[in-house]
Design a protein around this ligand. Structure first.
Ligand SMILES: *Cc1c(COP(=O)(O)O)cnc(C)c1O
Ligand SMILES: [Zn+2]
Length: 455
């Protein structure tokens, strides 16, 4: 038996399609597709043998296994030629114990998976290396694909532009004007993508990109294309490997279009099928209150999909009102005894700030996840002995205006309780000395008691 993967309808309609066909939805029901693997073939190798292979590959420079995605090539996209893989050795991100923050909130076994420490500064690299590699393979097979295109809240476009540029494939990115950070906007510009800023929101951009990719020479790179999910599922696989193949009690992730949580679940289920793990963590989907369609749907027991007009939020990468991977996410949450919780602007910004005070440099989406963590701990749902992983989805340096606004206390809807603006002084040693003395006392006081108050 050979390792292979193909597209199949997520809702179970009959029919298999090549992953190198230009197809994004089921022709029968219109639902999303998913990549299905020949798991029986994978099971011919024992769990122990797989684990040894993946351990040997970790940290290598050997093409393409030095990538945190392609290390797991047989589990991701087995039937691709190595020479068509487009990779910058993404993934391999650090999973570290957030000791000080964990102590402050009374959950010492708290860990952060820093997906922002990847090539373009977000976890979007993981899916994009797979999608762009597949396009490279399709072009090598003679398929007439001229360009790749995606609507984006900022990080997808950065990743698409970088990987397409590395492959020499033209990229088209469609952004909601004024709704992505300056840092995110400049990334695809620098990488030579065609950057189209539309006077609408992400959901509006998503509608446009689905129209323009009806032309089969322009390949759709959004996460409704399930090739992206195959790459992103390596986040949960890598976490488990980093824990020496053990499973944490909780994984918390900030969600928007819901591809990422679906991917987390898919990676874990594969590990379970292969006999590498025998329990599953509980998953928590964290949403911004201003863009909370999944939270609203969760409140009704997922009776039906809720679609809203998402309001502007500091967590701009998750300002999405009509999440495309809704069905996949609901199924995942149901299988993983999942929880959906939300955070206000005030909560997410202050949560990011208290984490920064312990040495992190968190993006606003990670702030959403942390705020949700704090709520679940205060409510006693997450317990003091639980092992918890918070997925930090992007690098804080991509959101400088958010940090500046916080520390200047000028953010809408936020009281910056942990603002730390610079102090301007004359070059007078006495004044400087007095100021240091006064401020050190205050700093020590502030560090002690934030958890017992409103953070
Ligand atoms: C894309 C993104 C998310 C949300 O991922 P979805 O798959 O859309 O749910 C969260 N955080 C950051 C930083 C992102 O770029
Ligand atoms: Zn179908």
């Amino acid at each position: 038996m050979t390792y292979e993967a193909w597209f199949q309808c997520f809702h179970g309609c009959p029919g298999r399609y090549s992953v190198y066909d230009v197809i994004y939805r089921c022709p029968t029901c219109g639902g999303l597709l998913e990549v299905v693997h020949n798991v029986e073939a994978l099971k011919n190798r024992s769990a122990a043998a797989w684990m040894r292979i993946m351990e040997d590959r970790a940290g290598t420079t050997q093409w393409p296994y030095g990538s945190g995605v392609w290390r797991y090539k047989e589990w991701v996209l087995p039937n691709i030629d190595n020479e068509n893989i487009v990779s910058m050795f993404e993934g391999n991100t650090n999973l570290f114990q957030a000791t000080r923050l964990g102590e402050q909130i009374g959950v010492p076994d708290l860990w952060v998976k820093l997906c922002g420490n990847s090539h373009t500064g977000s976890f979007k690299d993981l899916g994009m290396t797979v999608l762009v590699s597949a396009v490279q393979q399709m072009r090598a097979m003679g398929k007439p694909i001229r360009a790749v295109a995606a609507a984006s809240t900022g990080d997808t476009s950065a990743a698409l532009a970088a990987y397409a540029a590395a492959a020499g494939i033209p990229a088209i990115v469609i952004l909601p004007q004024g709704k992505v950070s300056v840092d995110q906007l400049i990334q695809p510009i620098a990488n030579g993508a065609l950057v189209l800023a539309l006077d609408t929101d992400f959901d509006g951009c998503m509608r446009v990109v689905q129209e323009i990719t009806k032309d089969e020479t322009i390949y759709l790179a959004n996460s409704m294309n399930s090739l992206r999910i195959e790459g992103q599922k390596t986040v949960s696989i890598e976490i488990v490997q980093q824990f020496d193949w053990a499973v944490p009690d909780w994984i918390i992730i900030p969600v928007g279009n819901l591809g990422n949580i679906s991917a987390l679940g898919k990676g874990l289920l594969l590990l379970k099928e292969l006999g590498i793990i025998n329990k599953l963590p509980r998953l928590v989907a964290a949403q911004a209150e201003r863009a909370n369609p999944l939270y609203r749907s969760y409140q009704t027991g997922f009776k039906e999909k809720v679609t809203i007009k998402a309001q502007p939020t500091l967590a701009s990468a998750i300002q999405i009102g009509n999440p495309v991977s809704y069905d996949k996410a609901v199924k995942t949450l149901q299988m993983f005894d999942g929880i959906v919780e939300q955070a206000t602007e005030d909560e997410l910004a202050n949560a990011a700030a208290v984490a920064d005070r312990t040495g992190m440099y968190t993006c606003p989406h990670t702030g959403v996840a942390l705020a949700v963590l704090f709520k679940l701990v205060k409510r006693g749902i997450i317990k003091k002995d639980d092992q918890v992983v918070v997925i930090s989805t992007a690098h804080g340096l991509k959101f400088t205006q958010f940090k500046v606004g916080y520390h200047e206390n000028t953010l809408d809807g936020v009281v910056a309780r942990h603002a730390n603006p610079p102090i301007y002084l004359p070059p007078d040693p006495t004044v400087v000395q007095d100021t240091i003395r006064r401020r050190l006392d205050k700093m020590e006081r502030m560090e002690r008691d934030w958890w017992d108050k409103e953070w």
